[in-house]
Design a binder for this molecule. Structure first.
Ligand SMILES: Nc1nc2c(c(=O)[nH]1)N[C@H]1C(S)=C(S)[C@@H](COP(=O)(O)O)O[C@H]1N2
Ligand SMILES: [Mo]
Length: 550
């Protein structure tokens, strides 16, 4: 005979107190705990350095691990705001996770504790393994997680409060550790009630703590800013100034919507992996030459500025990620040490075919030694449009090699050059399967009219820019619908490294039009219509837009 054991019928206890709304409050507790954790993380980071901030460290790691197509999508979608989008996205994910942890921890406190601890460990790992990371960089994430755990337990406690007389009294004279120990076991309390008043008091305190620590941390982090030191830096006059511009060099004043010949620093496109921009003090800055040099050396910024051979040149810089018709190109008047003479002076070996440039944030950019030696006007740049490099554009030192995309030449926040070979080492982007050599492809872009624009019929300028650095632009032609290629007027040639503006007045009858542009280089290459995506070596194809005259 078998017996089936039956669980005793649950005792009918006192009616449970009104607990409705406990879960949303638990979610809120999770959010507030996360806010406290991030706030404390920022505050501790302010003592150590910007790279140790949990948000920055995790964001940096996400960038490092993100597959190239996603990165390309982010650059194409968010442009210069790609890092902002990343940080916001990371915070949204953290918020969702925190709310879920809060709800789960209502019943199982240890899950909440373990969850926050896990985030802390991940943040610490991200910070320590970052390119500029050291063991101390673990502290902000760990301290933040600790504060988050304390906040979560204290916030959840009033949600499962015991009736008076049972358990540890909620306030007054009970040591924090005892309360925490009690709070850890509070999830399974039977017949616990909800003390709304105490929850909101604790919540207010948590919010205050998050704002004060986070805000204070951000303020304190400003002491790492080098804006002041940058303003104080006086650049020497160039030994070789830029060639004077011919009259009428810039067509933009006469053509509405046309890109100016020179891009203002604040309008200059920015592409990099830095969530917080490296802050390098000129006095502390060092450039170290290593590897295949007869005379490996460490130079100060003064060594470079005092050489007396600075050149000033007008150069158009272009990003390999630029889509056909895109805006990731800009022109500036750069000031810097001529790279070829500098490298020869330090005896770079003929066996070296790659210069591995290192940025203070760990980025590596591999430039062909041959180009660095031979391309005229390649430089170690210190100035941009008459001022020291803006911090976002590499202050105090970056490299420029006309004719090469930025990812294989234009290393910002430059602190090291290792003369090596392409066989020996892959730079950052090459590890991510971008081409090891990146000559800029010839391109032309229509700036005006804007795509899909409607405008009154009549005469109107079609205009834009075209570039083929080191080779120069010889012609730009425009095709309206399937008509003949019509030659556009070009801005005067200033230098092959500089883009040229082009312009074609056209009489638009009412109707819709497809406008297409193509450039021809001074050495005879006609821009191909064949479409290629930016990955892995730069986009090709003709910029083509639809407009309507009404
Ligand atoms: N340290 C560092 N340098 C860098 C990069 C970077 O991510 N980190 N990006 C490169 C790329 S892809 C380009 S196109 C140029 C862009 O320079 P800009 O931001 O001054 O326009 O910088 C290059 N130098
Ligand atoms: Mo780039």
């Amino acid at each position: 005979m078998t017996t089936t054991e039956r669980a005793p019928a649950p005792a009918v206890g006192p009616r449970t107190p009104p607990n409705g709304g406990r879960r949303p409050l638990a979610a809120l507790a999770g959010l507030l705990a996360a806010a406290v954790a991030l706030g404390v993380g920022e505050l501790v980071a302010a003592l150590i350095g910007p790279q140790s901030s949990p948000v920055v460290a995790v964001g940096d790691t996400v960038i490092t691990l993100t597959p190239e197509p996603v990165k390309q999508f982010a650059i194409a979608t968010f442009g210069d705001k790609d890092k902002v989008a990343l940080v916001v996205g990371t915070l949204v994910l953290v918020a969702v996770a925190a709310a879920v942890l809060g709800v789960v921890a209502l019943r199982r406190r240890w899950v909440g504790v373990a969850g926050i601890a896990l985030f802390g460990v991940l943040g610490a790992l991200a910070a320590v393994t970052g390119p500029a990371g050291g063991p101390l960089d673990a502290l902000p994430s760990l301290a933040g997680a600790g504060a988050g755990v304390v906040a979560l337990l204290l916030l959840l406690e009033p949600l499962t409060a015991l009736p008076p007389g049972r358990g540890v009294p909620a306030d007054d004279g009970v040591p924090l550790l005892v309360r925490l120990r009690d709070a850890l076991g509070a999830g399974d309390r039977k017949g616990a009630g909800l003390d709304r008043r105490r929850f909101f008091l604790a919540g207010g305190a948590a919010l205050g703590a998050a704002v004060v620590t986070g805000g204070g941390g951000r303020l304190l982090l400003r002491r790492f800013d080098v804006g002041g030191a940058r303003s104080d830096l006086v650049l020497p006059a160039p030994a070789s100034p830029a060639a004077p511009l011919p009259a009428g060099a810039d067509l933009a004043p006469g053509v509405d919507g046309l890109t100016p010949l020179f891009t203002a620093n604040r309008d200059f496109y920015r592409v990099d992996t830095a969530i917080t921009v490296p802050q390098l003090r000129p006095a502390d800055h060092r450039l170290t030459l290593t590897g295949m040099f007869d005379a490996p050396r460490t130079l100060t910024l003064d060594d470079l500025l005092g050489r007396g051979d600075l050149i000033e040149r007008d150069i158009t810089l272009t990003c390999v990620s630029n889509e056909v018709g895109g805006g990731l190109a800009g022109t500036a008047r750069w000031l810097g040490v001529p790279l070829g003479p500098f490298l020869r002076e330090h005896g770079v070996w003929p066996q070296s075919d790659q210069l591995l440039c290192r940025s203070s944030d760990g980025m590596t950019i591999g430039a062909p030694t041959r180009s660095a030696l031979q391309v005229e006007d390649a430089m170690l740049a210190v100035g941009m449009n008459g001022e020291p490099l803006p911090v976002e554009h590499g202050f105090p030192l970056r490299m420029l090699v006309p004719g090469l995309y930025g990812y294989v030449s234009a290393c910002k926040w430059l602190v090291g050059i290792e003369a090596t070979t392409f066989d020996a080492v892959d730079a950052y982007w090459v590890q991510r399967d971008w081409a090891a050599e990146g000559p800029i492809r010839v391109a032309a872009r229509i700036d005006t009219p804007a795509p899909l624009r409607r405008f009154p019929a009549g005469r109107r300028a079609i205009a834009g820019v075209a570039w083929a650095q080191t080779r120069g632009i010889a012609a730009v032609e425009v095709r309206v619908e399937d008509g003949d290629w019509l030659p556009a007027q070009l801005s005067p040639e200033v230098d092959a490294d500089l883009w040229r503006q082009w312009m074609l007045p056209y009489d638009f009858a009412p109707g819709s039009y497809q406008l297409t542009v193509r450039a021809t280089t001074a050495d005879g290459e006609v821009q191909t219509a064949e479409r290629a995506s930016p990955f892995p070596s730069g986009a090709t194809g003709l910029h083509s837009i639809l407009v309507t005259a009404t």
